[in-house]
Design a protein around this ligand. Sequence first.
Ligand code: LUZ
Ligand code: MOS
Length: 764
Amino acid sequence: MAHASMVLLWEEDEMNVQEPRLHLRGESRFIDDQPLPENLLYGAVFVSPIAHGRLNGLNLKEAEKIPGVEIIITEASIPGENQIGSIFPDEPLLADQNLHYQGQAIALVIARSPEIASAGVRAMQAEIEELEPVFDPRRAAAMDMLICPPRTFSSGDVEKSWQNCSLIVEGRVDSGGQEHLYLETQGALALPTDNGGLKIISATQNPTLVQRMTARVTGLSMHRIEVEVHRLGGAFGGKEEQATAWAVMAGLAAVTLKKPVKLVLRRGEDMRCTGKRHPYSSDYRLGLDAHGRMLAYEVTFYQNAGATADLSPAILERTLFHAAGSYFIPNVKATGISCRTNLPSNTAFRGFGAPQAMFVMEAAIFKAAAAMGKDPSEIQKLNLLKNGDYFHFGMKVEHCQAEPCWQETEKRFNSDKIKQEIRAFNREHRLVKKGMAFMPVCFGISFTTIFLNQANGLVHVYTDGSVSISTGAVEMGQGVNVKILQVAAEIFSISPERIKIESTNTTRAANTSPTAASTGADLNGKATELACRIILERLRRTAAAEQGHNDPGRITIEQEQVLDTGKRTDLDWEKLITIAYLKRVSLSAQAHYATPDIHFDKKKEKGRPFAYLVYGTAIIEVTLDCLRGIYQVDSVKVVHDFGRSLNRLIDLGQAEGAIVQGIGWLTLEELLYSDQGRLLTDSLTNYKVPDIYFTPREITIHFLENPNNPLGIFNSKAVGEPPFMYGIAVYWALIEAMRAFRPDMEIPYDSPLTPEKVLLTLYK
Ligand code: LUZ
Ligand code: MOS
């Protein structure tokens, strides 16, 4: 089937790009924009004002007196289990006696208006005995406050290798957290149903988790709880696990009162109460030979998990998988320690632990390069993964695109010339300096939790020839709905206008995995493909019978025409559907897809956890004002392996967005807390994200030709997360510019490199 049609689908067929258009124009309906049911009640949450302590009493009297306050729900009024932890049961929905972070939910006030609910919250008082909080992951580790036992992934023998190294560098590297800043804050609308059950409209990446946890907390069975998800206003991982609490609270209140309940967080609340990207503090030791070949790498990651497990163990696991970045190092020992601290529980965020690992690897390379007087890119290039290498977790490197991407980047963007120009510029300018750095990325695609790599798709063809598709994929602005629509249009060879992607709903797609790990289009697209093929096969048999033979192998459908041995018949799509219906042929199918051949042995810490890997290389150039510490990103130039892109415009948008978000993580975005664990940067006036002025002047992304990736949908490659890590180059580009101004400066290995930190470092 002509691939051109797919590109047209996007570029010319306006009908079918409604979703992104709505988003772009601000016309998407979020939870807060839903039409309001009658008798709607509103929730507000009373949260812990301290980071660590004991709750000795709660005074509800004043709040209960306020007219319009309907009920105040505490842990004592929970009918089922007060527990929403999914990896470990360590997370009560509403606090019991133990308070573990500022912002932890203690009680839920339900009232006739949002204002009354907030007034109710303000009127509440808690009797609290304060305990000493811990915020530093290393301190937590020293106190043995761990989320789970440490894990070590290793290959070769680092201990024996140090003696073979001609250079060993070591050090400590820190990277900060990151606020997701999805446009739509956390929220849910819960509606009681006739049968004593619930319908919850939730802004979640994980409708099945909301369903399961609401069942656990309310005591209802899962089949009584229908979770419906419309298009989200962004998520970035922030709604993989942490959309759950608010949806469960709304659901709990709705079943308790038998009335609809809405709970939507305000921006400040959302920023203060929900978790972020995990800050990491890490120690490494890297050994190299005289040429700069990396021989041994030992690294220990202290992950600041916050107060509960949430997804931290899975995130730490991905950190360990990506410890060596895009490089082959024969001896690796990577240890991950998930540390429990008195902060809101940190959670999934685009990259899921991999960016933190790769930042440490790049820091080690930078330090080694500085010690050897080499350009870091020499070491990077020399050590890139190649076919036939093994990852330290035992997976063989195949179809490797690390070197092709690197070489294409050098060639296409003439990196030698860029370097020369920067040197010339820096010679001529005293107070303004430029810098550049490379960043190769290698990112594994699949949930590292193997069982999550499954999806199902439900396809109905209606008698007018229109098609309805339901999967577990959640559209959050990443374009997964358009991609799934393309899959069905391609398999049936029909106009995309005939196809509708339905909302994500647990009644139509059961037992779903979160839309996460960049796998949404692959897993749900493949399930959709299988379901469409089942129906297509029935249609071909129907057409064969209609043609007077019984050889479905002769029948094809091309652009809505039914062909027999390549020749046009008088059947078209609509006629064929009508005939199939009259002949009592099923026009619906459901299919299940599970990624084949992935496995991991957690005892040996070896296996083949990924369906495939995504590769690419970026160059980032910056200009630094050495008097003020302010800087701009001049360009980002990338060669990226999209496989055979399913939709170039969507993929480009994902890559550009990820790159800018990655740059933000390493530069402007700084989370500051009071010494009592209160988030100080809880609004957009004091938490800076890249805006249109800070966005790189130029982002050029070249699509590497790579048509063969059978485990990606239609040979494409997953795109959501991998480009995030190109942003890491900005840190080293800035350091290069700083060193051009002050060669003897002490190099900071502590992200983010805010303008303030640049200035203080330059003039220390
Ligand atoms: N979520 C998850 C993820 O549960 N497992 C993963 O491996 C993963 N990877 C990236 C992003 N989200
Ligand atoms: Mo995720 S970090 O929800 O893919």
